[in-house]
Design a protein around this ligand. Structure first.
Ligand SMILES: Nc1ncnc2c1ncn2[C@@H]1O[C@H](COP(=O)(O)OP(=O)(O)OP(=O)(O)O)[C@@H](O)[C@H]1O
Ligand SMILES: [Mg+2]
Length: 331
């Protein structure tokens, strides 16, 4: 029996607008077991980053959690005191932010930014922490790692900064690493190196990982399970092989169909899902995907589908779609 590390239940996030609060994330349920890697996919704006930022309580201004719980090792992250939160953040939970430029401190040398969490969370001397910081930069493939400790973020390329962010996220050997599009600015060799590093830490430390990405090919080789998000809801959640073999949500099908093929033949299908997701505050009454869905029926426009095991079986493959069975038959 696997051990739950993180269990998010019915999480909703809203933004304050002039017309009142508008829902951005609408009742998300997700979980991560100890040692498990969860991939989170879904198009831009579907709430991937905000969902994860809410867990470490770093939501931007005017955006707040309006409902839900997030149990981490049995304690609700959303209820921790600021002191408890500091213990968790950067310690038990490592976070790699999507945008290295805004999350690295521009006036602090990167060595200091790596050493700080080590001094805070680990009982290390300054000299030990500096040595460890150098090792971490080497681990993420930064050439001349020791010398780089004295560089400022602006002195590094985008790819280098992204690697520094990954090093900071991994610094304290967290129980859970949350990585938000951590390798988008990296070329494929470095990408593969980072993926191997994360796999190694996972094996060595039993670390759990939440990896947000647009790159379905990359996540196929890394994740144990994938959650597909659409307009702030989980529409499908399945072990990685099952999701690729038998995608049951029309949106997931669209996403998978838009992976470009090596021969370029299907390149024009990149935008195979027509239309755009609903704006916050303008969610349709039924399934949020219904207006774009080629298979939508009457019920889809009136009733929000619940995330349920596929075919009513006891299976870890869950989908929120009224017509999932028809989707599978049509395949
Ligand atoms: N600081 C902010 N102020 C106002 N709206 C925001 C802010 N941050 C996010 N949003 C809105 O919240 C929604 C979800 O944003 P989020 O950043 O979580 O999306 P995402 O899935 O991470 O997208 P991407 O793949 O582009 O990173 C979007 O509609 C976005 O416009
Ligand atoms: Mg994001």
């Amino acid at each position: 029996m696997s051990e739950r590390l993180l269990e998010v239940k019915d999480l909703s996030i809203e933004i304050a607008t002039r017309r009142g609060p508008a829902t951005i994330v609408d009742g998300i349920d997700l979980h991560v077991d100890k040692g498990e890697t969860l991939g989170i996919v879904g198009e831009s704006g579907c709430g991937k980053s905000l969902t994860m930022l809410s867990l470490v309580r770093l939501l931007p201004n005017k955006i707040r959690v309006s409902n839900g719980t997030a149990a981490f090792a049995g304690r609700d992250l959303l209820q921790l005191s600021s002191r408890e939160l500091r213990e968790v953040r950067g310690g038990k939970i490592g976070f790699v932010f999507q945008d290295p430029m805004t999350s690295l401190n521009p006036v602090m040398k990167i060595g200091e930014q790596l050493i700080e969490p080590l001094l805070y969370h680990r009982e290390m001397s300054k000299a030990e922490a500096r040595k460890r910081a150098g090792e971490l930069l080497r681990l993420v493939g930064i050439p001349g790692a020791e010398q780089r400790l004295d560089s400022y973020p602006h002195e590094l390329s985008g790819g280098m900064r992204q690697r520094v962010m990954i090093a900071i996220g991994l610094a304290c050997e967290p129980e859970l690493l949350i990585a938000d599009e951590p390798t988008t600015a990296l070329d494929v060799t470095i990408q593969a190196q980072i993926v191997d590093l994360v796999k190694d830490l996972r094996k060595r430390l039993g670390m759990s990982v939440v990896w947000i990405t647009h790159d379905l090919a990359l996540i196929a080789g890394l994740a144990d399970r994938i959650c597909v998000l659409y307009a702030g809801t989980v529409v499908e959640d399945a072990p990685v092989e099952q999701l690729f073999a038998e995608p049951a949500h029309p949106y997931t099908r669209g996403l998978l169909a838009s992976i470009p093929r090596m021969d370029g033949e299907d390149a024009e299908r990149l935008n195979s899902i027509g239309g755009t997701p609903p704006e916050p505050g303008r969610r349709p009454a039924g399934c949020p995907f219904a207006p774009r869905c080629p298979m939508a029926q009457e019920i889809c426009r009136t009733t929000v589908p619940e995330l349920q095991p596929l075919r009513g079986e006891t299976t870890p493959h869950r989908v929120a779609c009224h017509v999932a069975n028809r989707v599978l038959e049509a395949a």
